[in-house]
Design a protein around this ligand. Sequence first.
Ligand SMILES: [Ca+2]
Length: 367
Amino acid sequence: MRKTISLTVLLISLVFFYCKKDHKIEEPEPVPSSPKKLVIDALLTNLQIPWGMAELPNGDLLFSERSGRINLLKKNETQKKNLYTGQVQQNGEGGMLGICIDPLFSTNHYVYAYETTDSNRIVRFKLENDVLTKDKVILGGIPQAQNHDGGALKFGPDGYLYVGTGDVTQGTLAQDKNSLAGKILRIDREGAPVSGNPFNSRIWTYGHRNVQGITWTHTGLMLATEHGPSGESGWIAHDEINIISPGKNYGWPLARAGTETDSLTPPLIHSGNDTWAPSGCVWLGPSSIWPNCLVVGALRGKRLLRIYIDPISKQVISQKDTLSGTFNRLRNIIENQDGSLIFGSSNVGTQGSELPEDDKIYKLHLK
Ligand SMILES: [Ca+2]
């Protein structure tokens, strides 16, 4: 059953929240230049941790559930169709993670998934006539562990595939350029390193703890989310949003956000002593619901983070919370071609989740 929630009440309560907290941000709430209201529909219920999401050129939604399933939700339909179930290891944060479609999908029909088996690996599929067929593993050997498995997977504006991995709870691997752990990788559709990569390997950047979200601004600036420490070296919180530039060292485990020295690249913004646990993210361009804004799904933060960035000066203008106190853990978010936002919850197996399958996928749009 579709559940519609008016955002009006939420926004009023958020204004109250900010006033109460004496929040410094004074930029007015962006109001779409339309008399329509922002509403949220629950598109699907009874899911198990929807993780990767991608809209197909025809408007259908392809998404993974961490347990191994890859599903299709046809545009204007209300029931998902299971296309594939992978034999993944899901005993922690691994499983069937990021999903993306090839920029040349209309001609090559390629779909890619980041999955955890005895390693983390990138698998290529073909999707034709709503049938998903495994083609081949294009990249294996990404270290895996119970936690910190990364999972971000997106094609960049340059037509190459970017992969966010995790340090698999061995921080030193993030500094080891012989390991694919704790990195952002840039590969082609066969999994090979791209000519021009900074270390003549698949590595694009290093020194990452756990990257689950990648996006680009409409001006081509690459951004990535990263989970901060949960006790390593006595550090906690300090989740990061980074501007990603090739060859740079983002510091893990030598520094947490805010303690970078020398050649270590500090984040664009970090959470300080708050915990966001930032996962998927999407950049909304000038004509989107929230213009010029990075929107991030926050797991422990239990909200959508909106971070307004000037992509020219590369400065954060303001940061706002959306749906705080309304939802539990939120994971990934994408923008559809029609301007609506699709995002998913990630509660199964966590405290407060009573049911084996109670996650949902939501659509936020103007109505
Ligand atoms: Ca860092």
